[in-house]
Design a protein around this ligand. Structure first.
Ligand code: COA
Length: 385
């Protein structure tokens, strides 16, 4: 017999597709003003942080809510530097993964595995969660650089405590101390990507944390979510597009018009919240211009500008953070499939801050679906189907 309670239940309200416009939490971590095209971390404009801060300082600001005085900043910087080395099981895992694995899949797998060997694995108290957060932030660059070297048949490079977070990442990738200007560009890129309101991967982390699962589980969820091409995966898709345009020797405007004609998305454009230029894009636009020029690849920047103009005239859509970061990283000599892991190396600070915030004022996140399927069917025995 059908359950009368099921057949007569009133339908829930219409769903908000993609949760657009739905407010799921109060937050004092960052503010994305989509109308004005502004982004602030803990009250500070992203432009100011990009000009004056460092990734370590931005991390302290996010985690603790205030710009740190000198001594706590030095402590955090030293703490991060001292936790860069991966433990033996994590190294063995990275050595065992296939060379052709996607670096984002490697990062996701490594974070999950590290949740089993972390010294605080069984302790989810706030101090233990903070210790785990520091280790995760410190070790993300090591995971990415180590895997990149192993897959190219090179031995991993040990980290250098005397280098900042961004410089050390570049050092571990290449084995050479980076040019200070390159290290500065990477540092600013990490600041720009560190936090961004209730974006998809942050929400994913918070959903996992809201079940009171541990921080490694939450960050594993977040990495998996960032990987998708509609989110962090867009930056490597942008590079694929630029290289394809170059290879096919077509006009960028023509390429974009054809893509739009096929109803395909042009990666690196559009945003759920920004209705104007993403405030991070102009900073990356300057990096792209200067670095591609210096690298002897100014055509990458020229192509990007033509794509931007075409998207503006054809669709009225502006670039997001991923558009100019692609050519910037490429001009720094970084392999395109590391672009999204670099996003993760930055966003881990925002994720950890949100996980702590979720634990601090937790309620299980459990929305509903509007059921549109059949109701009241009678069970048919197997032989009669
Ligand atoms: N290229 C072409 N058209 C785009 C577009 C893009 N990059 N982004 C949005 N649009 C168009 C859509 O086709 C749609 O048009 P329609 O109403 O005529 O169908 C309209 O703009 C709204 O897009 P929609 O996908 O519904 O917006 P959203 O808020 O769900 O998605 C993004 C936001 C970011 C997922 C979307 O803009 C996108 O896919 N961008 C490309 C991927 C990317 O760069 N992601 C990184 C984000 S930081």
């Amino acid at each position: 017999m059908p359950d009368p309670a099921i057949t007569s239940a009133p339908p829930p309200q219409a769903p908000a597709a993609g949760l657009e416009g739905v407010v799921v939490a109060e937050s004092d971590i960052s503010y994305v003003d989509g109308e004005a095209g502004k982004l602030v971390y803990r009250g500070y404009a992203i432009e100011d942080l990009a000009e004056h801060s460092t990734f370590e300082e931005a991390t302290a600001l996010l985690l603790d809510g205030e710009l740190p005085p000198r001594s706590p900043l030095e402590e955090l910087t030293a703490d991060l530097a001292s936790h860069r080395t991966l433990d033996e099981p994590s190294m063995a895992l990275l050595r065992g993964l296939p060379e052709e694995a996607e670096p984002m899949a490697v990062l996701r797998t490594a974070v999950s595995a590290m949740g089993t060997t972390d010294p605080d694995a069984l302790d989810n108290s706030p101090p233990a969660t903070r210790r785990k957060a520091i280790r995760l932030i410190a070790q993300f660059p090591t995971i990415v650089a180590t895997f990149d070297r192993l897959r190219s048949g090179k031995e991993p490079v040990a980290s250098r405590d005397d280098l900042g977070h961004a410089a050390n990442f570049l050092y571990m990738l290449s084995g050479r101390e980076p040019d200070p200007d390159d290290a500065h560009v990477m540092d600013v890129c990490l600041i720009l990507h560190a936090e961004h309101g209730m974006n998809a991967s942050t929400f994913s982390a918070r959903v996992t944390a809201a079940t009171l699962s541990d921080i490694h589980s939450a960050i594993t969820s977040a990495v998996g979510t960032l990987k998708g091409p509609l989110h962090g995966g867009a930056n490597q898709e942008v590079m694929k597009m630029l290289l394809e345009i170059q290879e096919q020797n077509v006009q960028p405007a023509e390429y974009v018009r054809e893509k739009l004609g096929r109803k395909e998305k042009v990666m690196g454009f559009g945003h759920r919240v920004y209705k104007t230029m993403d405030p991070r894009a102009p900073i990356l636009r300057r990096f792209s211009r200067d670095l591609t020029e210096r690298a002897g690849q100014p055509e990458l920047y020229a192509m990007s500008e033509e794509i931007l103009e075409t998207m503006a005239s054809e669709k009225g859509i502006d670039p997001n953070v991923d558009f100019f970061s692609a050519s910037t990283y490429y001009a720094l000599g970084i392999t395109p499939d590391l672009f999204t892991p670099i996003f993760a190396i930055a966003r881990i600070s925002g994720w950890c801050t949100h996980v702590e915030a979720q634990y601090a004022h937790n309620r299980l996140i459990r929305p509903r679906a509007k059921y549109v399927g059949k109701k009241g069917l009678s069970y048919t025995p197997l032989d009669e189907r």
